[in-house]
Design a protein. Structure first.
Length: 129
């Protein structure tokens, strides 16, 4: 988990992220998931080389993630906190609240060949299948 720097005053809060300072990589792509049906699911993949930071900028959702041996589940529902997922980590996003928005900061541009979408292939590549 990464605590994101936040400045507050009577007008509200401003949270910011700087590459190689708040996240351990250069940010090459930014995208966000929104309009996911309540209790919906996303993810179900790992990346070969791309690292990401997930931030719940509105609402909340759960992230189940692991390396094939150990698994963890966290709930993201605070826009001041990001979840760092290095390359080689399987992730599933689920239990989206209505109106939730997941902002993702990625270390590389989109490349469909970068994704591992089959869990058995993921385990085999990790030497655990």
């Amino acid at each position: 988990m990464i605590a994101l720097r936040t400045v507050e005053d009577p007008r509200g809060a401003l949270t910011f992220v700087e590459a190689k300072c708040d996240v351990p990589f250069s940010i090459e792509r930014v995208y966000y998931l929104h309009g996911v049906p309540e209790r919906g699911r996303r993810g179900g993949h790992a990346h070969r080389k791309v690292a990401e930071v997930l931030i719940a900028v509105a609402g909340g959702f759960e992230v189940l993630f692991g390396d094939g041996l150990d698994e963890r589940r966290v709930r993201l529902d605070e826009p001041r906190t990001g979840l760092y997922l290095p390359a080689g980590i399987w992730r599933e996003l689920e239990s989206f609240a209505a109106g939730a928005v997941c902002l993702v900061l990625a270390s590389a541009p989109y490349d469909p060949g970068e994704y591992i979408r089959d869990y058995d292939e993921f385990l085999a590549l990790r030497g655990q299948g």
